[in-house]
Design a protein around this ligand. Structure first.
Ligand SMILES: [Zn+2]
Length: 140
């Protein structure tokens, strides 16, 4: 999974994106710093969302070329198991918090385009890349 993520120059990847039906995420928001260790989150669960929201442009390896603003809580707390199976807790903010929420959505079958509030922006950006809304919006 780390290989797939780095090969695609992504900062996060959820197992279902590459056909693995597991609650597993890999994240490395500091990929340009080779000394920084990637984060491996097994059975992650967000235990608390901060009340402050912010908007930031997201992209996704599953919808290449599409970048749109998404509003999300700017801080989260989560629990997970690490690659050794040990239970862990952490707080995250900034890009890391955003990336974790984006990847957790994949585990629940939600893509970031489902969270875009401006339908106009969404359709314009999708069309530019040759996608239609029906191609990317989760049916549920
Ligand atoms: Zn994604």
């Amino acid at each position: 999974m780390l290989q797939s993520m780095y090969a695609a120059k992504g900062i996060g990847l959820a197992a279902p994106q590459i056909g693995i039906n597991k609650e597993l995420l890999v994240i490395d928001v500091n990929f340009e710093d080779s000394a920084a260790e990637p984060l491996i989150l097994i059975n992650p669960e967000i235990t608390d969302f901060g009340t402050t929201l912010n908007s930031y442009e997201e992209g996704c390896l599953s919808i290449p070329g599409v970048y749109l603003n998404v509003v999300r809580p700017s801080t989260i707390k989560l629990k997970f198991r690490d690659e050794m199976g040990r239970p862990r807790k952490m707080k995250a903010d900034g890009l890391l918090a955003r990336c974790i929420q984006h990847e957790m959505d994949h585990l629940n079958g939600i893509l970031f385009v489902d969270r875009v509030t401006s339908k106009d922006d969404l359709n314009k950006e999708l069309l530019k890349e040759g996608f239609s809304e029906n191609d990317v919006i989760s049916v549920n």
